[in-house]
Structures are given as C-alpha cells and as structure tokens.
Design a protein around this ligand. Structure first.
Ligand SMILES: Cc1ncc(COP(=O)(O)O)c(C=O)c1O
Length: 465
C-alpha cells in the first residue's frame, strides 16, 4: 500500500522513459507483451505526428494501423490539440448533469447536419461499443421487441450487448450466456435476411456498411434492400459507422455510397481526432421519442461522461479539419490510387487472393499457392497457426520498411490498413511498393520465410497459454 509521490506528467515521461514494456508486463497485459516481443513490435514509441509514429531513436514509421482507425486526421493534429487546450483554458461548466452545455449541443447539430435526414437526435457516448449498446437498448425500447439481427463476422465492440451481436467466436467464447434474442445472418445474403425477419419480430438489424474484420464490402444493392426489408418488418435499421464513418471510405458516412436512411447511426473512433474517448448514436426522432417519452424517463439511458466538453471540443475541431482539408475527397482519391497500385498483385502473385477497399479502408487477402511444393510449405506455416502467412508480410514491412500494419482479424490471412486520411500520396506509393517487394519475397523465398513462420508460430502459441 506504500506509494511514491507523483511528479508532473512531463517529468514522468522523461524520467521513466523505456519502462513501458516492463510496466505493461507487470500491471497491464503481459500476453500482449509476449505478442509484441514475438513479432519484434516492442518498440519504445516516443511520439506521433501525422501519419507517423516515431521511435526512441527518432525513426519514423508509417502508421497504417491508426490506433484501430482513430487517427483519421493523423496523430496529434494541431487543430485538435489547440481545441483541447482552448476548452481547458476556458474553464467551462463541464458536465453539470442537472443542466446542459453548449458544446455537445453544437456537436449534435453539426453531426446531424452531416447525417441523413432520417436521424434527428444524438445520444452521446464515450466509445464505439457504448454507441452500439445505446443502439441495441433504443431499438428494444422503441419497438418493444427483443430480437436483434447481426451479420456473421461482424464486430461492434466487446461489452456484453455489443459482444452479443459479434459475429466472431473467438471474442464470444467464455462469456456466455450473452444477450438473448441475438441472431446472426450471413452478410450480403438477402434471402437469409428475409427468412430471419419472418421469424419472431425483430427490434433491429445492426450492420457495418463495410465490415471491419476483413474489409468485406457488401454486394451491390444489399444494404438498400436490407433497409427496405427492415422497414417493411417494422425493424429498425442500424448502421454501425464506428470504423467507416468520418470520411474513412471517401464519404462523410459510408452509408452515403448507397443513399441509406437508417434509424440509428453509431459513430466513434475518429470523431475526436483520436485524442479523447468519444462515441455517439444518431437516432431517428420517432425512435428517440418512443424511448425518452416522459420526464420520468429522461435519464433512462446515458453515461456520466457522455457529451463532455473535452470530447465535444475535439470532435468539433475534427469536423472543421475534415472540411478544411477536404478529407472526404482525399480519402476517395488516395483510396482509388491505393487500389489501382495494388490490384495487379492478384494477377502477379499466386498467394494474393484479393485486394479490396473503399476509400482508405483497404485489405489484401492471401491464400495457398497452387504448386505442390509451395502449397506444402504454406500448409507447414499455416499448420502452426492459421493466419501466420500474413504475419510473414507484416513483420518485414515493419522491420525492413518501417510500415506498421496488421492482420484484419484472428486467424485471418488478410492484412488491413487504415491510414491517416492526411497521408501523403508519396507514402501510399511507398507502401504499395514495399508491399509488392515483401509479397514477392514471401513467394520466392518461402523456405527462409517458413523458418521465420515457425519461430513466430512458437511464440504465438506460447503467447496464448
Ligand atoms: C464497427 C465497429 N463498431 C464498434 C467498435 C467498438 O468500438 P470501441 O472499441 O471504441 O468500443 C469497433 C471497434 O473496432 C468497430 O470497428
């Protein structure tokens, strides 16, 4: 129980430099420490600027992981930093609780101006999963129905409600029983959705317009038809734009690609420029009013920090930067360039199964080569741990090219990138070139890479224990 006196933050950052891995292993997540060491990703990160992370020796790494997609504006965007400093300096009457504040009202106004007309109110939250929890609760209370449909492979967060509509067993296992009445449907399959809607009444269908796990793009017409089927069934149509929103796919919200008019839109991640936890559910007037339908029900959903001034100020600055730097158009253009540069890999390399993307949400998927010897090597590597081949690409990209990216999901041979939307065209070209070199090596020198794979396999297997 004895504790040391704490110096100011700048002193901590200086005096305790280099202790982060040891502290993580002692107090936070030692299994994550093992993964980082195994892959050689255990860097001492000293700073972040724009599209880059900077290590202790001052080397810059192109960050295509983007903190799980929160750094759409790049790291430490000066306008967001300034907004945070400004709101702190203003000493606002933050979170009066029995009272309301200006900045979250302006944020709601600004978001709703940019969202489809089908939504008219904002429920503030502090993260993506909280925005999704709000959507599930609102859908149930507004419709008086229990069932919630979600897509296979969906990811909506890891708290109990959002986990109940998570389409990946590796996240669900061990936490059951989850929420009753949550049923999966195959993403992109309208017949299956029709059948599911014919069963007991459904409160909501929750979909990511583009699935984050694997960057799965819906078949043409799927989302609009899904929305129509929901309308006909009295089911709320919920778009989870936590990852796809805020200009990522070359539209402010990805739903604009298909002119969707959802009943609820969930946003989070990039909304505060990556600087402050934030989330929000944008909700139709009718659903909102059916849930908050009297004074005694005014606080039936919410959260202490929801709508706080720090997050709202960062979010307002983020919206301003998206407009000023024309990030929607930039994501569309640079995304098209990335696809153009990388699509030929499918023809050129046997192991490349697909390259897909929408705006600056992009993925490359690997699969076994056709030759017998090469296939055996592939199987030897994959036998150790499914999805290991993709790590044979991410590890050299990191160590040889100083590019940080990762697999798109557990045991997946798909690499996903979510660059800062402010990234320079030159960096996109550098990534495409580095990727091709790395994939070429992986295909031409499978033995050396297989050895590396075995090493990683051992480490990764150990890390799971
Ligand atoms: C589509 C989607 N929804 C929800 C979440 C959960 O967000 P958070 O991690 O902020 O809870 C994520 C996180 O990756 C996501 O990609």
């Amino acid at each position: 129980m004895v504790h040391s006196t704490l110096p100011p933050i700048t002193e901590i950052l200086d005096a305790r430099r280099g202790e982060e891995m040891a502290l993580n292993d002692r107090y936070l997540n030692p299994q994550m420490g093992r993964i980082l060491r195994t892959l050689g990703f255990d860097k001492e990160w000293r700073g972040g600027e724009g599209a880059h992370l900077i290590d202790a020796s001052g080397e810059r790494y192109l960050d295509l992981f983007g903190g799980y997609g929160v750094f759409a504006l790049g790291r430490n965007h000066p306008e967001v930093v300034a907004a945070i400093e400004e709101v702190m300096a203003a000493r606002t009457a933050n979170l009066p609780q029995l009272g309301v504040t200006l900045l979250s009202g302006v944020l709601a106004e600004q978001l709703l101006e940019r969202a489809p007309d089908s939504v008219a109110a904002m429920v503030p939250a502090n993260s993506g999963t909280e925005a999704v929890e709000a959507a599930i609760k609102i859908a149930r209370a507004a419709t008086g129905r229990q069932r919630v449909l979600y897509a296979e492979h969906a990811f909506h967060g890891l708290t109990m409600g959002s986990l109940s509509i998570n389409g990946n067993d590796e996240f669900r296992g061990g936490f059951e029983p989850l929420l009753a009445g949550c049923d999966p449907v195959p993403f992109g399959d309208l017949d299956a959705l029709t059948r599911a809607l014919e069963g007991p009444p459904v409160a909501a269908l929750v979909l990511e317009p583009v699935q984050g796990k694997g960057v799965n793009i819906p078949p043409p017409g799927y989302l609009a038809s899904a929305q129509s089927l929901c309308r006909a069934a009295g089911t709320l149509f919920v778009c989870d734009e936590v990852q796809t929103g805020l200009a990522r796919t070359g539209r402010f919200l990805a739903l604009e690609h298909w002119q969707l008019e959802p009943d609820i839109v969930c946003i989070a991640k990039a909304l505060s420029g990556g600087m402050v936890p934030i989330g929000a559910a944008l909700v139709s007037r009718s659903a909102f009013d059916r849930v908050f339908d009297g004074m005694e029900r005014a606080v039936r959903h919410g959260s202490t920090f929801g709508g706080n001034d720090l997050a709202a100020a960062a979010a307002l600055a983020t919206l301003r930067v998206i407009d000023q730097e024309r990030l929607v158009a930039r994501a569309e253009q640079l995304g098209a360039l990335l696809l153009e540069l990388t699509a030929p890999l499918v023809e050129h390399y046997e192991v490349v199964r697909a390259v897909r993307g929408l705006g600056l949400m992009w993925a490359i998927e690997f699969g076994p080569p056709s030759g017998r010897a090469a296939r055996m090597l592939w199987e030897a590597v994959e036998g150790r741990q499914a999805g290991l081949f993709a790590q044979l690409v991410t590890v050299p990209l990191f160590h040889e090219h100083r590019i940080l990216c990762q697999v798109a999901g557990h045991r997946m041979n798909t690499i996903k990138v979510l660059p800062a939307l402010t990234v320079e065209e030159e960096e996109i070209r550098r990534f495409a070139q580095a990727l091709e070199q790395t994939v070429a090596k992986a295909e031409h020198y499978p033995r050396a890479l297989a050895r590396l794979g075995v090493r990683l396999g051992r480490g990764a297997a150990g890390a799971r224990r």
